[in-house]
Design a protein around this ligand. Structure first.
Ligand code: PMV
Length: 321
């Protein structure tokens, strides 16, 4: 029985995507820029299995009732294959799933790579990007290492801006809750596009933020990247919060983390934060400041745990037989 194992790491957006242009093909309404991180990972094992009739997906050991958001990705990938043998897909995350830590991005990126390999599809980079985006709008970014630009200004394109070793910043993840989010990103984006009065401005201003972040990353200009990243993150949360019903993904501990980050900044340490559709706070800092930042964040009451990460590799095959 042929078996392939792949790994992909989550990515955290600095310039975020929130809203779709086309919900059938799952195309984002805007470009985005992210950091692929290390430490957290999704591992996928795929086995071609003659004894099962349909594809089966196990997530963290639990058989899923249906393929859900994986279905369009799998259908697209199968369209390149002559065979129709069923696949047993086993995915494991070494971190909480659906809690705002981009588990769908890393999970889908690892699955795209593993299917490409096991069905011997030899897909181009563009085809892998398309397959990943069908499952999750942020998943193509986890195919690539380091700082990544998902550019949809013309054709969808995704590429690394800087490799991890070119600007080895640190990411400190403050887990404030490990519960799954109440409203999925997919559902939340639909609600925001339909109801937030700030949605059009959010979309119109994105290119400006992308330009500033690209320049900051290429120049390794930490303070400019900090300023545009926090601005963009806060605008996304304003869009979420002004949706009807309001989408509040943060909690009290998230807010207390932000206060502590402001104190750390005032003490002269350069750091910034970003927060996605979940209450976790991701802090970006320079390597030399990591220990100080962690010890200061430990003072915030009720943080569940703190995880230290660096910039990570793109999705990869780790074993095939
Ligand atoms: O890829 P999705 O559909 O899970 O959406 C990701 C949305 C955010 O994480 C909030 C922003 C982003 O660009 O990653």
């Amino acid at each position: 029985m042929k078996e392939v194992i792949s790994v992909a790491n989550p990515n955290f957006a600095l310039i975020k995507y929130w809203g779709k242009a086309d919900s059938i093909n799952n195309i984002p309404d805007m470009s985005s820029i992210s950091m692929t991180i290390d430490t957290l990972k999704s591992l996928t094992k795929i086995t071609l299995n003659k004894s099962i009739k349909d594809d089966v997906w196990l997530l963290n050991g639990m058989k899923q009732k249906e393929l859900g958001q994986l279905q369009p990705t799998i259908d697209y990938l199968r369209s390149f294959s002559n065979g129709n043998q069923s696949m047993l897909i086993e995915s494991e995350n070494n971190f909480p799933t659906a809690a705002g830590l981009a588990s769908s991005a890393s999970g889908i990126a690892s699955i795209v790579l593993a299917i490409n390999n096991i069905l011997d599809l030899k897909l181009s980079s563009e085809e892998k990007i398309k397959a990943a985006i069908l499952g999750s709008g942020s998943a193509p970014r986890s195919l690539f290492p380091g700082f990544v630009h998902l550019d949809n200004s013309k054709e969808i394109n995704c590429h690394t801006i800087l490799e991890p070793k070119e600007w080895p910043l640190k990411i400190i993840i403050c887990l404030t809750s490990i519960e799954e989010k109440m409203i999925s990103s997919r559902k939340g984006m639909k609600i925001s596009k339909l109801t937030s009065p700030y949605y059009p401005t959010w979309v119109n201003e994105q290119d400006e933020d992308i330009k500033k972040a690209l320049k900051a990353i290429k120049n390794k200009d930490f303070l400019s990247l900090a300023s545009v990243s926090e601005f963009n993150c806060n605008k996304m949360h304003r869009v979420m919060e002004t949706s009807n019903p309001p989408l509040i993904y943060t909690n009290e501990v998230t807010q207390n983390c932000i206060k502590q980050i402001d104190e750390i900044k005032m003490s002269g340490i350069d750091i910034f934060y970003t927060i996605d559709a979940g209450p976790q706070v991701k802090i970006i800092c320079k390597p030399d400041d990591t220990d100080t930042v962690i010890s200061k964040m430990k003072l915030v009451p009720n943080i569940h745990s703190i995880i230290e990460a660096g910039l990570g590799e793109g999705a990869r095959i780790i074993n095939e037989s």
